[in-house]
Design a protein around this ligand. Structure first.
Ligand code: G3I
Length: 365
């Protein structure tokens, strides 16, 4: 009887030990693929009118946006693609300072108006881009009768530009990239004309002017490489300062990314770091650069499928923090990365307005 008891005990110990093997942290259980009825190929894509906005915006994840030029709105194929997939628009260039106020006090509204009017007529949101940047900014701002303008004059011009632009679209543009790329890649402030003349004050004056012009608009700081630690720490310091003055609502991570980077751990750290400050997050200029390859080979396609797939998985994981994801262009041939003699294939739609392989990974969840 005693022997039988010990035999039973050893069987019990053996069984309980092998059970704990299933909890090995190195080998997490493999999740079965999620079944969904979303299109998996062109035939299924053509059989539905649903698009990215249905799978993401309507289903409670985040807005899906695209940066466009006003010329896109004259092309029925582009308009159809925008309406099917997007619920948010950004002007790729039409709202930048050199487009809108090329000479002092002379505003050229037509291109920006065209985008905003289309958005209003079609119930799309608009992100405003961008009020203060070191590029596409006219020289006159920094000059005064042939010499460098004083800090006071430059700030005056900045404030009146922002009052005019934000004021014109008050109630129609729900979020503004107020200051763009003010932090250097290695950390610290970028030594732009803005900074060399005004120091960091121009940043606070810009946000302040935007807040005054439309107190209901969400104000964003926007930058690239915002997942890189050195730069991120400086951005976080700036955000903390802006938050303490109640001048900022969100952090825009541009998202000009590559086939193999940034690593997901960097992205997560950045999302966690910015969100912990209490601002909302938006991916404002997403594209995935395919590098120097001159053709969209199956190898590049499969790398891009996996990159888009994992980045969007990450975005979905942060759906409580991320409120919008905007692509920086509609089709590959319209992308800023696609240059004569140097093709690039960074977006989800090709030049025939058809979805590319990665599109199906983005919606497969
Ligand atoms: O409109 C003129 C046209 O009249 C002229 O004939 C032509 C000749 O080069 O230039 C046209 O302007 C170009 C403009 O895009 C519109 O196509 C500018 O040269 C060109 O520099 C400008 O590039 C834009 C770039 O910002 C400016 O630095 C890109 O389209 C735009 O995608 C890019 O967007 C930026 C974001 O705003 C901020 N984050 C980085 C992102 C990529 O650089």
């Amino acid at each position: 009887m005693k022997k039988l008891f010990y035999l039973f005990l050893s069987i019990l110990i053996f069984v309980s030990c092998s059970d704990s093997g299933g909890e090995d942290p190195i080998d997490p259980p493999i999740e079965p693929p999620v079944e969904n009825d979303r299109p998996k190929n062109m035939e299924e894509y053509n059989a539905t009118s649903d698009g990215l906005r249905d799978y993401y915006f309507e289903d409670g994840y985040f807005d899906i946006g695209v940066a466009i030029s006003p010329q896109s709105l004259d092309k029925p194929d582009e308009v159809a693609l925008i309406k099917r997939h997007m619920n948010s628009l950004t002007a790729e260039n039409a709202m930048k300072w050199s487009s809108i106020e090329p000479t002092e006090g002379n505003f050229n509204w037509s291109d920006a108006d065209k985008i905003v009017d289309f958005a209003v007529a079609n119930d799309l949101k608009v992100r405003g881009h961008t009020l203060c940047w070191h590029q596409q900014v006219p020289d006159w701002i920094f000059e005064d009768n042939g010499v460098e303008a004083s800090k006071e004059l430059v700030l005056e011009r900045l404030k009146s530009h922002i009052a005019a632009v934000v004021g014109r679209y008050k109630g129609k543009i729900y979020a503004w990239d107020v200051v763009n790329e003010a932090i250097d890649d290695g950390g610290g402030y970028r030594n732009s004309k803005w900074y060399s003349i005004c120091g960091e004050d121009y940043i606070f004056e810009a946000f302040n002017a935007a807040r005054e012009a439309d107190p209901d608009a969400k104000l964003f700081y926007n930058d690239y490489n915002a997942t890189e630690p050195q730069k991120r720490y400086s951005i976080e310091k700036l955000l903390e300062d802006l938050i303490s003055r109640q001048l900022v609502d969100g952090m825009g991570l541009q998202g000009h990314w590559n086939l193999d980077g940034p690593y997901l751990s960097r992205i997560r750290d950045a999302f966690d770091g910015y969100a912990a400050l209490g601002v909302e997050l938006q991916i404002t200029e997403l594209d995935i650069n395919t590098g120097s390859a001159t053709e969209y080979t199956s190898t590049i396609e499969s790398k891009q499928k996996s990159a888009y797939g994992r980045y969007f998985q990450e975005f979905r994981d942060y759906k409580d923090e991320i409120t919008s994801v905007t692509f920086w262009g509609l089709t590959d041939d319209h992308s800023w990365l696609n240059q004569p003699g140097k093709p690039n294939f960074p977006l989800l739609f090709d030049k025939n307005y058809d979805p590319k392989g990665p599109y199906f990974d983005v919606i497969d969840f």
